[in-house]
Ligand binder design. Sequence first.
Ligand code: SF4
Length: 382
Amino acid sequence: MSFSLYVHIPYCESKCPYCDFNSYAARGWPEADYTQALIVELRARAAQMPWAGNPIRTVFFGGGTPSLFKAASLGRVLDEAGRLFGLQSGAEITAEANPGTVDADKLRGMRAAGINRISFGAQSFNPSTLRFLGRIHTAEQTVVAVEQARAAGFARLNLDLIFAVPGQSLDDVANDIAAAAALGPEHISAYNLTFEEGTAFGAALKAGRMRALPEEQQALMYAMVRRELPHRGYAMYEISNYARPGGEARHNLTYWRGESYLGIGAGAHSYAADGPRGRRWWNERLPAAYIGKALHSGIAEAGSETPDAATSASEFTFLNLRLTEGLDLRRFADRFGVTFQEHFGPPLDRLLEGGLLLREGDRIRLSDRGLELADSVFAEFL
Ligand code: SF4
């Protein structure tokens, strides 16, 4: 069975105040050692099940800011992955890029290294929203970066947007959507801002120095995003993700469908979907600890768990219900050895009767109302 490979690059030029990813502001970074650690870790994993002998179908360089690394460093990791596992023909190979850290040369180098999709963290096209979010780039830099990526030969692009930012109006969100769509990417992700524990925004909210937008306003914004992007040719296929036909992020579909992925790099998580329970593990979070451990023994695992079958079934359910294609009841039964109705009968009946879930043949999916109340629907399957 093919699998997806995630490669984490944990460095950023500065830390955005809303970001809870495993990323660190740095002026310099040990690129050679970190790249070598990734390669050593790949080699160690290539000898292990369930990866040994299986080809890679998607690769995603995420972060952090992978575009801070030289294209040649990303290319070395990709070449090694291809040599060890083989890349399926037409494999989707994405790198995240901050529009403030690329230029025409860098993008040409990334394309030449084998990367075929760029995901730009645009976030907004409004200068005050960008400033509020602590972004290091301007809207103009995003426009130029998209043009440079097209000129470098990237046929598949994503732009990330964030909405429900304090101070933002519905018109501001509509303008961001229009500006992103006008650049013609194949894919647009639109995330509702959240205030996570451990972030500067999370602390400001807790201390009363910042207020989130009222929930009704956030819901109006989400409803507008869900209406406006499809008007512009981007069909919603996941709660926060929209694509032109064929432009869906294949790598992320691996996560939402509950399939196996290998994560390498600092703090990267992996999941092996073997059997009803599956197994997951995660690496050392701090880059220095990761580099030390990976270079020493090839494996930089900091922890692992084998969830019980009930937890696995719940997770499989929420992940698949994020997709507009919904959950395939036959896949559920194959994976867990029990039908969905047998496992989740009472909540399923309640949600179908309440109109929050729809059943279509062998699939169930969220209705429009279910999408608005997705968190409460997911809670029913805990
Ligand atoms: S650039 Fe991305 S990963 Fe880095 S701090 Fe900002 S949001 Fe987080």
